[in-house]
Each structure stands twice: as structure tokens, then as C-alpha cells.
Design a protein around this ligand. Structure first.
Ligand code: F6P
Length: 546
């Protein structure tokens, strides 16, 4: 038995889970009209209602005991202080330092992280202003009109998700585009309408070895130089964000055009660093700083609020409850705000790359369910596609519903319709409708008995499906910063409770290594006899059919 399962709170939660599985939330709501007051957290810019979960005060107390017994608060202190809590890589985890609002020194391995951050922010600001004000000129003397960010995973999803979410806050000084896929179709499509002399590329790669990003960067360089007829034009049209300066310079990128990354910032937590350059170029530096401030607000809340009132900690505890104790295997993220259309994809990486692991930080097998798979879509689109499954399938999928009180693009009548659906869905998922009610409704509509007998079982919704509702006052840079940081800390707390090293990603290496070998085999047309027969036959088929 793992050390977690020996904890008193763990045992208590296992026992409570058995009891709760036979209860219905309808009963819990009927018995306690204070549920919303008890199980919601209101912050200045957003609200979390977690009352529509299969919990009561005893469950929450046991979950808080679990957080206590697993020393979440001590780990939190260690993370913010820069202790090397990324054990397998022996690294600090300090994305929070990127958004600190004071200049107190924070020393890691003899270096003051605060100095690095402040220096980088200052450099970013100068660069951003220069480009946005038209003082950065391309090889033909023209101002930059288009930014193309080349990067993948954490070097793409965060910046692109934020750019999409905050589109309404852009003044259009530049147009921002993203290329992440090594499928040439994407870069060709992005570059097609652009004029090489007016484009600035940001090659974002912490390692500057990621094959897909390097391939796209080479293609971009070729595209530029075949228009400029000058290798030196790369210096005017390419900047890099990386921890690997040498590799970036070997691409012809000028040393002055390289923004640092550090090993204490994980890729999927890096949008707050220069990896967020494209955001800052799009919105202007002041708004980028607001995004950082919003994240900092959430950091302060996470540090200071008691766990029972702590937005990210409660989100994490509810997820642990639903997954590890009640047995759900996936979780839906359902934004009801068009601006958040990339949030699910972003959170997929954030949560699944962080906590999708099956050994503890000490390398022992984990024998309990850890994190769910994350999936989802914009709520309204999902309603007309997969919500059938959420309402009636045998698998219970807890869901986070995320909406905003005010739309940033108000169009008469639209927001109310959107939000009516937002509220209706969580109520329907929770309360469902039983057969008796279904039959009564059909009868009231004048249906005959034969029809009622045939259709009634299909119309039953069992309900009892857990949801969290997150309601932001509106989507703006500050509030979005807070929301993202809340999920970052949620992931951290989950990792601590489940004993997972949330900040490495060894699981991506095997496939990467094999892909490199196979690429070489394909290029040399020499397929190794070491592959299994399925892979060997697929490769042979592919080569023959080319
Ligand atoms: O392969 C996964 C990964 O390493 C992610 O963790 C990372 O965000 C992404 O690739 C991109 O890495 P890099 O910024 O080094 O190109």
C-alpha cells in the first residue's frame, strides 16, 4: 500500500466515497439550502461554485485533512521559495517569479532570479514598443506588420490561447499568427498572404532542439531569404526565445535578438516569460503586464487564503475526489465564452503533461487513480455534439463550466441566450429527470400509453453529474491571468496530493527518439529490421505507395 493510502484522511475519503456513490445531489440540495453559500468561493474578479458535486461538509473536511496530511502548504512554500521541487530534473519551479510585483531578491544557484526577470521584462518592453511603433524595420526598410510565432506545446499553446482570448484588446498595430504543426500545410497557409519584408518571426523553443519547430524555422528562413536574396536579412526578421542561445545563433539569429529562458520555467507554464512575446506585441506591453498582475493576484490568493477558501486548492481537491475516490476517468472543460475557445487545448497540456504519470516522485508505482483525461470544446458547440454523452452515458464526466458575466463583444440578445444555456446545463446535469416525471410530462402533452412506454426510458436523465461553475466578471487581461494561474496551482496541488512530479515530462521522450530514428530510415530508404511487424509493414507500405 502506498503511503498516501495509509493516511487517515485517505481512508476516511474511501469510506465516504462508498456512501456518496449511493446518494443523489438532488437529496443533498433538498436537505441543505445553504449548499451554495457553503461550497462557493467569491474573489473580486471571479466566482467558483462547486456545490454541484457529490460532496457535503464531511467530504470537504476530509479533503482538507488530506491536503493537510500531504503537506500541501509546505510544498507551496517550497515552490514559491525556489526549492528544487522538480525532483527528477533537479530544478526549481518558478513561473510565479515571472509575475512577482516586487523586487525582493530570489536566489537560485547563486543567481538572483528577480534580476533576470526584471531585465527581461525591460528588454521585452523596449522591443515590443519598437516593433509596434514601426521603428523596427525589415530588410527592405518597411515596418513590421505581421508576427509569426513558431513553436509547439508550451511554446505555442499558452501564447496562442491568450492571443485568441484577448483579441478584442488588440489595437491591430501588428497581426499575430502561430505556426506549431510540422505539417507544411500550416506554415504555407500562414505565409501565403504575407510580404516577407514586413514579417517578424519569433522562434520560441526552450530547448531549440524540437524537430518540428526547427523544421518550421528553417522553412521560414528559406521563405525570407528567397525573397531578400540576403542571408543577413535573418537578423532583421528573426528573434528567438530559448535557453539554448548557441543553437539559436547557429540559425543565423543575432545574439541581441535572443530572449532568455531558464530551467526554472517549465514550457507549459511559460507564457508569462518572453515566450509570451507574441501576446505583448499584439496587445502592447501594458496589457501584457496586466495579464501578469492578474496571475500575481491569484498567486497571492493561493498563498494567503486558507485552504477551505482557496480557489485553486478547492478545484484540485474536487478533482481528486471525483477521480481518485469516485472513479471518474475524464474531465470536460467547457468554456461558454468564444474568446476561450483554445482554453481546453491549453489545459490539456497543462494538466495531462504535468500529472499524467503512474509513478510517484520517488519512482514507486502508483496504485490509485491519478488525473483524468481532459477534453472538451466550447460549451454551445459541445451541446450540439457530445453533451448527449455527458447527460446519459454510463460514464460520469465531471465538467468545469467557465463563463463570463459580461461579454466583451455584446450583441443584443446573444449573451443572454448563451448564459441561459450555461446555467441550464449544470442544473440539468445535476438534477436530471426521473421516469415518473418523464411519464407525467408525456401524459400532460397528451401522448398515448403505448408511446409513453416506448419512449420514457430513453428520456430519463439520471443526473447526479458533477460540475464546477467558474464565472468571471469579464474576459480581460487581468482576469484571464488569474484564471490561468488558478489552473496552474490546481495542477500543482493535485500533483502534491497524488505524489506526482508535475514538472517533468519524460513520457514524451520515447516517441520523439523513435521518430528521429524512423525519419532517418525513411530518408535513407533503409527500414530497420528491428521494428515490430505492424510498424515495419506500415513503413514498407508508406515507402512503396509514395
Ligand atoms: O514534447 C513536449 C515538449 O517538451 C513540451 O513539454 C514543450 O512545451 C514542447 O515540447 C516544446 O518544447 P520546446 O519549447 O523546447 O521547443
Amino acid at each position: 500500500m502506498s503511503s498516501r493510502q495509509a493516511l487517515a484522511s485517505w481512508k476516511k475519503l474511501q469510506q465516504l466515497a462508498q456512501d456518496k456513490k449511493s446518494q443523489h445531489m438532488n437529496t443533498l440540495f433538498a436537505e441543505d439550502s445553504e449548499r451554495f453559500n457553503k461550497f462557493s468561493i467569491e474573489l473580486p474578479n471571479m466566482l467558483l461554485d462547486y456545490s454541484k458535486n457529490l460532496i457535503d461538509s464531511e467530504t470537504i473536511t476530509a479533503l482538507l485533512d488530506l491536503a493537510e496530511e500531504t503537506q500541501v502548504c509546505d510544498w507551496r512554500t517550497k515552490m514559491f521559495a525556489g526549492e528544487k521541487i522538480n525532483k527528477t530534473e533537479d530544478r526549481a519551479v518558478l513561473h510565479t517569479a515571472l509575475r512577482r510585483q516586487n523586487d525582493e531578491p530570489l536566489i537560485i544557484d547563486g543567481e538572483n532570479v528577480t534580476d533576470h526577470v526584471q531585465k527581461q521584462l525591460a528588454e521585452m518592453e523596449v522591443f515590443v514598443d519598437k516593433v509596434r511603433q514601426g521603428h523596427w524595420l525589415g530588410y527592405s526598410g518597411k515596418r513590421i506588420t505581421d508576427i509569426v510565432n513558431i513553436g509547439v506545446g508550451g511554446s505555442n499553446l499558452g501564447p496562442q490561447m491568450v492571443t485568441e482570448a484577448l483579441k478584442q484588446y488588440s489595437d491591430g498595430s501588428v497581426n499575430v499568427h502561430y505556426v506549431s504543426n510540422v505539417d507544411g500545410a500550416q506554415i504555407v497557409e500562414v505565409l501565403r498572404p504575407l510580404e516577407p519584408g514586413k514579417v517578424l518571426f519569433i522562434v520560441s523553443s526552450k530547448t531549440f532542439t524540437t524537430t518540428e519547430t526547427m523544421t518550421n524555422a528553417r522553412t521560414a528562413i528559406k521563405w525570407l531569404t528567397s525573397a531578400s536574396f540576403d542571408e543577413n536579412s535573418v537578423a532583421k526578421h528573426f528573434v528567438a526565445v530559448t535557453a539554448n542561445k548557441e543553437n539559436a545563433m547557429s540559425f543565423g539569429i543575432k545574439e541581441d535578438n535572443i530572449f532568455d529562458m531558464w530551467d526554472w520555467v517549465g514550457g507549459r507554464f511559460s507564457l508569462w516569460s518572453a515566450i509570451g512575446l507574441a501576446i505583448a506585441l499584439d496587445l502592447g506591453f501594458d496589457k501584457f503586464k496586466e495579464l501578469l498582475s492578474g496571475a500575481h493576484d491569484m498567486d497571492q490568493h493561493f498563498i494567503n487564503a486558507p485552504l477551505k477558501d482557496n480557489f485553486p486548492a478547492i478545484l484540485a481537491l474536487i478533482s481528486v475526489w471525483n477521480t481518485t475516490f469516485l472513479g471518474s476517468q475524464s474531465q470536460a472543460i467547457l468554456p461558454y465564452d468564444q474568446t476561450l475557445h483554445m482554453l481546453t487545448a491549453y489545459l490539456q497540456q497543462a494538466e495531462m503533461e504535468s500529472n499524467g504519470k503512474s509513478v510517484t516522485w520517488d519512482g514507486d508505482e502508483i496504485d490509485y487513480a491519478t488525473v483524468p483525461s481532459i477534453w472538451g470544446e466550447l460549451g454551445i458547440n459541445g451541446q450540439h455534439a457530445f453533451y448527449q454523452y455527458l447527460h446519459q452515458s454510463n460514464n460520469v464526466v465531471p465538467a468545469d463550466f467557465i463563463g463570463s458575466v459580461k461579454s466583451v463583444t455584446p450583441v443584443k440578445g446573444h449573451h443572454e441566450t448563451l448564459m441561459a444555456n450555461f446555467f441550464a446545463q449544470t442544473q440539468a446535469l445535476m438534477s436530471g429527470v426521473n421516469e415518473e416525471q418523464v411519464r407525467a410530462d408525456l401524459k400532460a402533452k397528451g401522448r398515448d400509453q403505448h408511446y409513453i412506454d416506448k419512449v420514457a426510458p430513453h428520456k430519463v436523465h439520471k443526473g447526479n453529474r458533477p460540475t464546477n461553475t467558474i464565472l468571471l466578471k469579464c474576459i480581460n487581461p487581468r482576469n484571464l491571468g488569474s484564471l490561468i494561474a488558478a489552473y496552474e496551482h490546481k495542477i500543482f496541488v493535485q500533483g502534491i496530493i497524488l505524489q506526482i512530479c508535475s514538472f517533468d515530462q519524460w513520457g514524451v521522450e520515447l516517441g520523439k527518439g523513435l521518430a528521429a530514428e524512423i525519419q532517418e530510415e525513411l530518408e535513407k530508404n533503409a527500414i530497420s529490421d528491428q521494428h515490430d511487424c505492424s510498424t515495419a509493414s506500415l513503413l514498407a507500405f508508406y515507402q512503396a505507395a509514395k
